[in-house]
Write a protein that binds this ligand. Structure first.
Ligand code: ZN
Length: 414
């Protein structure tokens, strides 16, 4: 008997599942049907060619095939996105120069970090060049916002690259975020200045002749390393801002040296950590449509808040703004935005399968953020302090809630 391997079936099923979870925009329904049908036909054609049945495929492929095969293509969850003003269609508003503005800011950040007389942390935010940079970031984020308002939209209506550029500008217009960003890049430079790395770069002929650029930016890429004859660029996610020294070291190893499986998995693990996801969620929330949706299909956030506040905070927490996220998430179930005093809970939890004690726990976690705030030590911001973790563990069904969410996250990403 042949072992048949068909590539792309599992990925196609995963994509389909994600689309179904968020609802499919009316104009994409036909494409969706066509692509599902095409995958099924292709699997069956290849199996027939090898005189086999799909049941003989490796089990992941077979399950993916079965999933696609059992979809009721006549009854897909259609989302009337374009008609809903709260969810503007991405790409409806265009701003020409956001990407060059970010590129200029990256250059300026690189200049500041490399020419700083001392790389001591924290980077002083009142240095004239840093103050000028902050002003540049803020005013450009403001202009982008104004253009969107004039178009009766929010930055959520920008095409994805411009939207992410705007989110990055807005995120760094917060002096604390900019300070953490600069301090992290300074820490990268300090690490590269250590004998191990100078030697390493020399051996690989990557020193002197080359200018090393390290950027933290906001995109869907975790990190990317590119080298030309004159420059070396490491571009990593803004989520690494504030990362501890061992993660910085691991990221450099993962990017600059071949192999390095351990370093790669350390970097990957950090990208799953609360600290990393907290930053991504904050950036992501900067382009959320201004929507305050408290009553979901299964849970009303006002009711959840009242219950959690009464049970665990003696009713002492002042009601923040409460909103469901507009999209499903796999790992990050809630977020607290201090500036907007808003608790956002993932739409994924608005589900009959999510028990009340789990959504209560997420609300409890976010209200702890509201109550305890953040601590800045040497320019690095900590929100999950030991005090925070101790308070979090006082939740009566803590272990059970954490385990439930881990299982849910595996089911969504696996
Ligand atoms: Zn948190």
């Amino acid at each position: 008997m042949h072992t048949i391997k068909i590539t792309g079936v599992v990925a196609a099923a995963k994509r389909a599942r994600e689309k179904l979870q968020g609802g499919i925009a009316a104009e994409h329904v036909d494409d969706f049907r066509r692509s599902v049908t095409r995958t099924i036909t292709e699997v069956e054609r290849i199996c027939a060619e090898y005189k086999a049945t799909p049941a003989q495929l490796p089990s992941a492929s077979y399950q993916a095939y079965q999933f696609l095969k059992t979809l009721d293509l006549a009854k897909l969850p259609v989302r009337a996105e374009a008609a809903d003003p709260a969810k503007p269609e991405a790409g409806r508003v265009r701003i020409k120069n956001l990407l060059p503005i970010c590129a200029w800011a990256q250059g300026e950040i690189n200049r500041i970090v490399t020419t700083a007389p001392s790389l001591a942390l924290p980077v002083a935010i009142d240095r004239p060049d840093v103050a000028a940079l902050l002003e540049f970031l803020t005013s450009n984020a403001d202009i982008a916002e104004k253009i969107c308002v004039n178009a009766k939209a929010t930055p959520a209506a920008l095409p994805i690259q411009s939207r992410q550029a705007y989110q990055w500008l807005r995120y760094l217009s917060d002096p604390d975020n900019l300070a953490a960003h600069l301090a992290t890049l300074a820490a990268f430079r300090q690490t590269l200045a250590e004998p191990f790395w100078t030697e390493h770069l020399r051996v690989r002929n990557m020193h002197n002749a080359h200018t090393v650029y390290i950027d933290l930016c906001y995109s869907n890429v975790l990190y990317r390393f590119t080298a030309t004859t004159k420059t070396i660029t490491l571009r990593a996610s803004e989520g690494f801002s504030g990362a501890p020294p061992e993660v910085i070291e691991a990221l450099l190893r993962a990017a600059f040296t071949p192999g390095q499986t351990a370093a790669k998995s350390e970097v990957q693990a950090y990208s799953d950590s609360d600290d990393f996801l907290e930053i991504i969620a904050e950036i992501e929330s900067l382009a959320e449509p201004p929507l305050q949706q408290q009553r979901g299909q299964h849970y009303d956030l006002n009711v959840v808040f009242d219950r959690v506040n009464a049970l665990y905070f003696r009713g002492l927490v002042e009601r923040p703004r409460l909103t469901w996220s507009t999209m499903h998430t796999a790992r990050k179930m809630g977020h607290y935005q201090p500036h907007a005093d808003t608790v956002m809970i993932s739409l994924t939890l608005d589900d009959a399968r999510a028990p009340a004690f789990v959504i209560d726990f997420v609300m409890y976690h976010e209200l702890l953020h509201k109550q305890l705030g953040t601590q800045t030590v040497n320019g690095r911001r900590y929100s999950h302090t030991p005090t925070f973790r101790a308070a979090e563990r006082r939740y009566p069904r803590y272990q059970e809630a954490v385990a439930f969410m881990a299982a849910m996250s595996r089911a969504r990403t696996g």
